[in-house]
Design a protein around this ligand. Structure first.
Ligand code: SAH
Length: 263
């Protein structure tokens, strides 16, 4: 396809991050553009309350692509965005978290720019930051973690096993996106890499939402814990000593609560 002639160019496409779920974690910039949008293309992980900030009269198009469920191919999404740019002024492509983190934003950005369509990326709060604040722990801490690693459990053609090979967890906070379905393989890769079976891991479902659930364990027992509690997607994993810090702070918080409200 050749780029549109200048006189045919119309809209601008905004590739926007919706944050991890809690509508209050939407950025002001994202909110402003959503209120101005003529059409919004959104994913599964965008909460209905966030979609609710858009004007009622506009077109809302679902282009979800959750693993294993109905999927709208990336090329089809790119085509839909190109078409919308010819018909509307303000087009929003709304993605969970931060669009630049495991959000395929690069593919959409490149496809639009190749066709001469103006577009802009608007940052969102990624699930890692959202979950850290919602549970009450930092991603880095001078005594626990001096590095952060964001890893995807999944790649284009299956499990990202290589990502976990020879990975030493000491001194790091490792955040695993899209890892729930491959948890067994991930933990065995981490143990084969020499990490102690007691290495801490937390699994958080529906982070930042009212339905948030947190389970902590170690590399040896986390699969069993996840299965027993029927943890479902979306879920994110946190590996490293920072999980111990989280547990310590949680105990202190519970202590504060009982001091504040004696029975
Ligand atoms: N761009 C997103 C990540 C997209 S990949 C971001 O920056 O957060 C999708 C994965 O993100 C899910 O499989 C899950 O691992 C994680 N995720 C997204 N929203 C989540 C939520 N509310 N709770 C737990 N995990 C979530």
């Amino acid at each position: 396809m050749n780029p549109l002639p200048l006189n045919q160019k119309k809209g601008k496409v905004y590739l926007v991050g919706a944050g991890p779920g809690d509508p209050e974690l939407l950025t002001v910039k994202a909110l402003k553009i959503l209120r101005k949008a003529n059409i919004v293309f959104y994913d599964d992980l965008v909460s209905p309350r966030i979609l609710g900030v858009c004007r009622k009269s506009i077109q809302m198009v679902y282009v979800g692509k959750r693993l294993g469920v109905h999927s709208c191919l990336q090329d089809q999404i790119n085509d839909k965005l190109l078409q919308a740019a010819k018909e509307h002024n303000t087009i929003v492509r709304l993605k969970g978290g931060d669009p630049s983190i495991f959000g395929r934003v690069g593919e959409e950005y490149a496809s639009l720019l190749h066709e001469g369509i103006e577009c802009e990326i608007i940052a969102g709060i990624t699930t890692a930051s959202g979950v850290a604040s919602s549970l009450g722990f930092p991603l880095t801490h001078r005594d626990y973690a001096r590095e952060i690693l964001f890893l995807s459990g999944h790649k284009k053609d299956g499990v990202n096993a290589e990502g976990f090979k020879n990975l030493n967890c000491i001194g790091k906070t490792i955040i695993i996106y899209m890892g729930l379905n491959s948890l067994g393989l991930i933990v065995s890769e981490l143990m084969n890499s020499g990490n102690d079976k007691d290495t801490k891991i937390a699994v958080i479902q529906n982070a930042t939402l009212e339905t948030e659930r947190v389970f902590t364990g170690n590399l040896e027992n986390i699969e069993w814990i996840v299965e027993k509690n029927q943890v479902k997607s979306p879920a994110i994993m946190v590996v490293g000593e920072i999980v111990r810090f989280y547990e310590e702070m949680k105990n202190l918080k519970n202590g504060c609560a009982s001091i504040l409200s004696p029975i």
